[in-house]
Design a protein around this ligand. Structure first.
Ligand code: SAH
Length: 283
């Protein structure tokens, strides 16, 4: 069974500085993934010690898959340890990395018994088709492609004309114009509260905030965040908690509705729990 685990986030990164791709080489052996992130030479050195494969083409395919897996895990950790603005600049410099990330992401997700995005698609199909939706961190825009609603899809890179490339803490949407804001496994940046602030801004009063996140990020026993603290913070942002669903083995679902009025407008007073990076196992 595939498993995604959280790991303690390295602290002390300055906001605004470039994401450090080199930090991957500093990962200690007790890292839950036991991955040698980003080091092609390490991967190749390890490969040379293995028994000779029966067919050179299958050997090469395996090596390519291993390298691709290593790249994915490196990019994944980068996204979880920098701000949205840093991630945006990082992918802008080399958009091909985004494809690499998503190939690895889809590979990992193919091992999950249920895709959280499909659960959200079903929710939208069961609700008002005229709801206007904002998909924050849309990936390949699967959500927009599978519902009849008007969907604004946002991600760091746009591979499809329907996707708006931006750091989702700053979308081009007007305030109070959206009925549903979706975050499906996309609360990745260290500044994730700024994404939720943005959702609060663009949602109409009574609008829905749907969040699906990797379960291990909300497991206090293994260093994850306390889901109650997360719900409390979002409530203080101006939402009512409607649903907390822990029934899926891999992800947790939260539903909120935007309050007509926010009691306190001081978002800086909100105590946001730290969300640990989700690191994927080497396969
Ligand atoms: N929601 C999609 C993809 C999840 S992967 C699905 O469920 O299939 C998470 C996505 O969030 C990635 O594509 C990543 O690029 C995007 N993302 C992370 N931080 C972001 C940010 N600050 N702004 C825009 N997109 C972001």
């Amino acid at each position: 069974m595939p498993e995604a685990k959280s790991r303690k986030r390295k602290r002390g990164k300055k906001s605004g500085s470039k994401p450090q791709i080199q930090h991957q080489k500093e990962i200690k052996s007790n890292d839950v993934t036991k991955a040698k992130h980003g080091s092609q030479s390490n991967e190749l050195a390890a490969a040379s010690k293995r028994p000779k494969p029966s067919s050179s083409s299958s050997f090469l395919d395996k090596m390519k898959a291993r390298l691709a897996g290593g790249h994915f895990r490196m990019l994944n950790e980068t996204l979880y340890t920098c701000t949205g603005g840093e991630a945006f600049n990082y992918f802008k410099e080399d958009p091909s990395l985004f494809n690499m990330y998503h190939t690895g992401y889809q590979e990992q997700m193919s091992h999950w018994p249920e895709q959280p995005v499909n659960v959200i698609i079903k929710w939208l199909k069961d609700h008002n088709r005229s709801f206007i939706v904002a998909d924050f961190g849309c990936g390949d825009a699967r959500l927009a492609k599978n519902v009849k609603n008007k969907v604004f899809s946002f991600d760091l890179i746009s591979k499809d004309p329907s996707v708006i490339a931006c750091d989702m803490s700053k979308t081009p949407l007007d305030s109070s114009t959206v009925d549903v804001a979706v975050f499906c496994l996309s609360l990745m940046g260290t500044d994730y509260p700024s994404y939720l602030n943005e959702a609060q801004r663009v949602l109409k009063p009574g609008g829905w905030l749907l969040i699906a996140e990797v379960k291990s990020r909300f497991d206090p026993i293994t260093g994850g965040a306390d889901p109650n603290k997360f719900v409390k913070a979002i409530s203080e942002l101006g939402f009512t908690s409607v649903l907390k669903d822990f029934s899926n083995k891999m992800f947790i679902l939260f539903h909120f509705q935007k309050k007509e009025k926010r009691e306190s407008s001081k978002s800086k007073a909100i105590e946001w729990p730290e969300l640990k990076p989700c690191l994927y196992k080497r396969r």
